[in-house]
Design a protein around this ligand. Structure first.
Ligand SMILES: NC(=O)c1ccc[n+]([C@@H]2O[C@H](COP(=O)([O-])OP(=O)(O)OC[C@H]3O[C@@H](n4cnc5c(N)ncnc54)[C@H](OP(=O)(O)O)[C@@H]3O)[C@@H](O)[C@H]2O)c1
Length: 306
């Protein structure tokens, strides 16, 4: 297939492009920042400069590329500082998930593109009630903290727009597997504490496994939502000390809830302490996906081995 990867230079795009080529696909990869063309070429794809927020440019790029499939992996998270408001940090990414998705879907329709796969997110989204691990059929948080309401709405928009157009939205877990993963610096500097009893559950996914699931999703008929997470959703009290150990850092500090609220804000603490994990059973069953790193336990150690 000719596969158009929007966001080919990102953390996941750069892992995905070589795997697509290995599977015999021709890849057109988009980038936005200077130097992107060389990076896309080095990955083995044909580079196209594209701002996904420019719907006319998206239309033109897709019509010219004549792809059989589109994968939307564009986010705007490089170098973002995470403060008390997720909506502020995710503002540009939210636009890529709403306006960018809509522009790509419209172009795909016009160009007769048969397959569409887009990046969504699993962690912190499921309703903070009931058991610790959620499937795609479980309800999303109906009442996210105010500071994350636009971010949650943007992900919901992407999920609904993509699946109602016949495509697949992949709800990835927290990415890891690169030396500059977002958690590396704060955990090394002991700036990322275990909050309260550390009972909030997270789901992770190694970037190589996330890319492998994406290749399989492209070959899958029919619309759907899939959690792309590893086999071991885990409480913060377990994964955070293990991450610190894998990085050779000192064990994380502990912050009681009141202190965490003071530092990070009520919304962030609600999400971190109440979050649920996600189940990958559907992706394994329907996509035939197997993981190289079934648990972050071995994945962290492999990713950060010095
Ligand atoms: N599930 C998760 O946990 C998750 C999801 C996403 C990101 N992250 C993390 O966030 C950090 C940053 O992510 P990243 O390295 O992928 O960088 P990023 O800044 O999020 O960029 C991702 C891709 O989107 C492209 N892009 C950005 N703005 C665009 C626009 N307006 N139009 C079209 N394309 C646009 C980028 O192009 P250029 O490179 O040319 O700017 C890049 O190809 C990484 O540590 C990553 O692991 C985590």
């Amino acid at each position: 297939m000719r596969v158009f990867v929007a966001g080919a230079t990102g953390a996941i795009g750069a892992r995905l492009v070589p795997q697509l080529i290995e599977h015999g696909h021709d890849v057109i990869g988009t980038y936005r920042s200077a130097g992107g063309a060389e990076r896309v070429e080095a990955l083995g794809a044909e580079p196209v400069a594209l701002d996904l927020l420019d719907a006319r440019a998206v239309r033109q790029a897709v019509l010219e590329a004549k792809p059989d499939a589109i994968v939307h992996q564009a986010t705007a998270l490089a170098g973002v500082r995470f403060g008390r408001s997720l909506d502020r940090s995710f503002g540009p990414t939210n636009r890529l998930r709403t306006e960018g998705t809509d522009a790509l879907l419209a172009a795909a329709r016009e160009a007769g593109v048969q397959r569409f796969v887009a990046q969504s997110f699993a962690s912190y989204r499921y309703a903070r009630v009931g058991g610790p691990v959620k499937t795609e059929d479980d309800p999303l948080d109906p009442d996210p903290p105010a500071m994350a309401s636009q971010t949650n709405a943007a992900m919901r928009h992407l999920d609904e727009a993509v699946t109602s157009a016949g495509g697949i939205a992949l709800r990835y877990g927290g990415f890891y597997g690169a030396a500059n993963d977002g958690l590396v610096r704060p955990v090394r500097k002991r700036q990322f504490p275990v909050i309260g009893t550390g009972g909030g559950i997270s789901s992770f996914i190694h970037l190589d496994d996330a890319a492998a699931a994406t290749v399989l999703a492209l070959g899958h008929d029919g619309a759907g939502l899939y959690n792309i997470v590893d086999d071991e959703p885990a409480p913060m009290s377990e994964w955070l000390p293990a991450l610190a150990a894998a990085l050779g850092a000192k064990p994380p500090r502990h912050a009681p809830m009141w202190l965490a609220r003071l530092i990070a804000g009520q919304g962030m603490v609600m999400m971190a302490a109440g979050s649920r994990g996600a189940s990958n059973a559907k992706a394994k069953r329907e996509l035939g996906w197997t993981l190289r790193y079934p648990s972050w336990r071995e994945g962290f150690a492999a990713a950060y081995r010095s």
